[in-house]
Ligand binder design. Sequence first.
Ligand code: ADA
Length: 523
Amino acid sequence: MLLNGLWNFSFENGKTIKMPVPGCFDAAGEFFSQRGKAAYWREVVCGGYVELHLEGIGLRAEIFWDGKKIGEELTAYTPLTLRFDAGEKGNHELKIICDNTIEETPESEFRRFYDFYGFGGIYRDVTLRELPETSFSYVKVIPVDPFAGKVQLHIELDGPEKSVSMQISNGQTIEFPGSGDFEFVIPEPELWSPEEPNLYSVTISCGDEVYKTRFGLRSIESKNRKLYLNGKELFIVGVNRHDVYPLTGAAIPYEQLKTDLQMIKAEGMNFIRGSHYPQSELMLDLADELGLLVWDETLGWENPLDSLNNEEFIRRQKSGLKRMIRNSINHPSIVFWGFLNEAITDDESARRCVRELTETIKEEDTSRLITFATMMSDRDKCLDIVDIAAFNTYPGWYNGTFTFFDPNIVEAELDRIAEFVRNTPELAEMPMIISEIGAAALPGDHSGRRWSEEYQSQLILTTLELIRKDSRYSGVLFWQFCNSQVDDNGRIMMRPRGYNNKGLVDEYRKPKLAWNDLKKVLK
Ligand code: ADA
């Protein structure tokens, strides 16, 4: 049962009104930019053992069933699955109390200083299903050797039933004895790639339980300082993308999401970094279908050392990683798992957190590469722990007293980072990318100075040219696809109109000069 629709709603125990789910109550209208506790509730007709799935809420939530607390979510944008006894078949009340106040503690995963707005509400789909006697609690389909069509299947069953049967869209039917790890082979395999995003769908049944998923045959590897997709060297050109739209906040309408991904594909790009939180199933489905590679990461932004050394912060990050991976593991579009954007990783004490998060990913999945985006450049102390050295840097934007674009500033910075990697033995064999670079542009400013569309376009095109020329780099992800709303924190004086204006398109997706110029180069 898809439980989206109009729910009862009350903000801070005020009057009861109707509010759309998915939606962000503070993105527009009566509660615009307000912080507090918002109760959402509705009737659900069901009974017995059920599974409730919340794909993403903000910023935190408590979940109640017939007035009794059945769970809580401490991390925004992160999928949560709860299994519980719903009672007798009939009317029941599901209530979700979302809290968008900002927790300013070391364990908090959403702080006021973040450079994006912390919305309140139920951002993504809510579903509930009555579970048969035996149900699948986890199904993982991972290509092991795509060229040979070899696939690994991992099944976890909840219940007494044992035998499982699987139908594949190519006509194959295979039987399995129940929970466990198995392998099967797809004859005449058709690989998944950005150029040819071939997908297989599978229907897996066990008694009355039917589960459908899709998978793709592709491999991602790092060796000899390079990235390889399906055995061919991969050069990344893409964008960082915030999942946000004016008026709806983090609950982006499906049609808009689809338009975003189609625009990115049509631009000639091959990659999206889902900055800075787990991506929705809808986004990943579209990426699978359109042929876009994805970096999926947990929620975080410049988390300080007192967070990185805090047990509860680490526990929440691990829980977020596990839930993100288990929710999205079958999407071939995901090639990197990540965590901790721009954390304070220039200190030895950050290594434990980075190592533990890396281990957590490996426990769940060894078929993708692991990375995090650092702003510490040659001071970073944790890069050797992961698979890809990914650098965020803003030459020609922050700092300096220049007025017009100077390509030498960008060139010097890209050379400096590449030199650092070359000269650091622990990093020398790793692939490296620029995971963020960019400049803000205010639409309509054609002065050619910083903040103009021309300046942004020159910076983006120059960066691409330099990265393409330097064989040490495996690609670049521009900051960012579209302008994104920020909070009223100390940084707002650098964020005209309350937006991070480094979008290559504006917040309504109207292309700036850089978007159009880049398209000509990428085609
Ligand atoms: C950082 C950060 C982004 C954004 C960007 C900027 O690199 O990761 O979220 O804040 O800087 O615009 O300064």
